[in-house]
Write a protein that binds this ligand. Structure first.
Ligand SMILES: *Cc1c(COP(=O)(O)O)cnc(C)c1O
Length: 477
């Protein structure tokens, strides 16, 4: 592609993106299609002959776009938010244009040093302990895997890295603890890191679904008595199902006493800590060994961008470092080589979008956004509480409301839980079929539960009002 064609296509594309941002609301949130529909409409082979970019673009509009779930739709209330913003999109374009690989300092000093700077800024915005050092990972799942690997190596004196699983065979299996509400990435990471899914010990939760530290203490004791080696606790701030917040202070006191690694997964909720009145969610973080949160979820920075912090960078780098001859540089003594701070060698220039976002919105702009979403969630929760036939199933400390339709609310002879579950499943399907809103569900103590997760960059009060209207209109008869 010559630059004249690039310029023309690029201008058109930016115009289209701006229109898309203005009009995202016009699209159905969920595409109306079945698995395999898009594959069936595309050729089986790549073209032999060159095609003009216009025909690729035409097919994007006609074939690909209708198969897109619009995460940036203001009425996307599913899963968890995935923010983006003008400055973030622009910086991603720049990053693609530069095409750098920030694997070592020399391979792009700007990528390394800007990453150090913005991770420092973020740490101060969240009021993290001064000895936390940050690195950007692709996702929270990867960050949690890194934490598990560091915990494993720190517990085994780096013997597992050296000798493989035999290193710990005599000492008994290493055990990872997390609450029964923790994210699936903990078990996935434990499988990949060689702990084995059977050695993930799921701790009971309290009534608010936060990890019960007394149960944790007794499980650690029981495991030691059984000849196992307690290694790591993964605490969650803002669980995926219901945004429950594990008590970091009590957990951290325990992990320090027992000599266990404490990793804190605040993938969604961490961003809320930039608001001083919400900083309490991280109380006790000073007792943690590592911490992750996703600016790509709730801080206007598009996917992917996960902020990982550790107070033991030397353990992290000793766990991951490799030094083949072809990667040695004259700066290895003075500079940080982020290649040694995670799993992949190659690294995208993700710091650029964080830098654009933090500067363009400023801390105050980001706090305003978070506060707005928190307030919308409280309003919706109050609406549920005051409704005749919707009821809330979990506290709302953050931006997600877990609730359900219950036409027998407050009545003496309610129908069976099973029947209520069925009603709610029907309601969710009907709601999502409208294309007006997209919500997902979870299960809390066997109760099928609707989740309204508020946090898209463009979501405002009127969109939450529309969600209420759709819910009311779609109630099963
Ligand atoms: C979203 C989420 C994850 C997974 O995040 P990825 O970045 O997609 O890996 C993990 N833990 C919690 C608590 C989450 O909310």
């Amino acid at each position: 592609m010559n630059t004249a064609d690039f310029r023309r296509a690029g201008h058109e594309l930016i115009d289209w993106v701006a229109d898309y941002l203005d009009n995202a609301e016009q699209y159905p949130v969920l595409p109306d299609m079945q698995p395999g529909d898009l594959v069936a409409r595309l050729p089986e082979r790549a073209p032999e002959q060159a095609e003009p970019i216009q025909s690729v673009w035409q097919d994007f509009l006609e074939l690909v776009l209708p198969a897109v779930t619009h995460w940036n739709h203001p009425r996307f209330f599913a899963y968890f938010p995935a923010n983006h913003s003008g400055p973030s999109i622009l910086a991603e374009l720049l990053s693609a244009a530069l095409g750098v690989n920030g694997m070592v300092w020399q391979s792009c000093p700007a990528a390394t040093e800007l990453e150090q700077v913005v991770m420092g800024w973020l740490a101060k915005l969240l009021d993290l302990p001064a000895d936390f050092t940050g690195v950007i990972q692709d996702t929270a799942s990867t960050a949690t895997l890194c934490a598990l690997l560091c915990a494993r190596e720190s517990t085994t004196g780096f013997a597992f890295n050296q000798s493989g699983p035999q290193a710990t065979a005599d000492a008994g299996p290493l055990v990872v603890y997390a609450s029964s509400e923790a994210h699936s990435s903990v078990t996935k990471g434990a499988k990949i890191a060689g702990f084995g899914a059977a050695n993930v010990n799921l701790v009971a939760v309290d009534a608010d679904r936060s990890l019960d530290p007394d149960d944790l203490a007794s499980r650690i004791q029981a495991d030691r008595a059984a000849g196992k080696v307690p290694c790591c606790v993964c605490a969650t701030v803002g669980t995926t199902s219901s945004t429950a917040i594990d008590p970091l202070g009590r957990i951290g006191t325990l992990t320090q006493r027992e000599g266990l690694w404490l990793h804190v997964d605040a993938a969604l909720a961490g961003s809320a800590a930039i608001v001083p009145e919400m900083r309490w969610i991280l109380d006790g973080i000073e007792l943690a060994d590592s911490f992750v949160f996703n600016p790509h979820k709730w801080l206007l920075t598009n996917f992917d961008c996960s902020a990982y912090y550790t107070r033991h960078p030397q353990i992290l780098t000793r766990t991951f470092s490799i030094l083949p001859e072809y990667l040695k540089t004259a700066h290895d003594q003075q500079a940080v080589n982020f290649r040694d701070w995670g799993i992949p060698l190659g690294r995208r220039f993700r710091a650029l979008k964080l830098w654009f976002v933090l500067r363009h919105y400023g801390a105050e702009g980001l706090r305003t956004l978070i506060r707005e979403h928190l307030a919308l969630a409280q309003d919706f929760a109050a609406w549920v509480d005051g409704s005749d036939d919707f009821e809330r199933l979990a506290p709302v400390p953050l931006q997600t409301i877990c609730f359900r339709y219950n036409p027998d609310k407050g009545q003496a002879t309610p129908r069976s839980e099973e029947a209520i579950n069925q009603l709610n499943q029907t309601l969710l399907e009907a709601v999502n079929r409208t294309g007006q809103v997209f919500m997902t569900h979870t299960s809390l103590e066997g109760r099928f539960c609707l989740r309204l997760s508020i946090g898209q960059a463009s979501t405002r009060a009127r969109h939450v009002e529309q969600a209420k209207a759709v819910l009311l209109a779609q109630r099963p008869k």
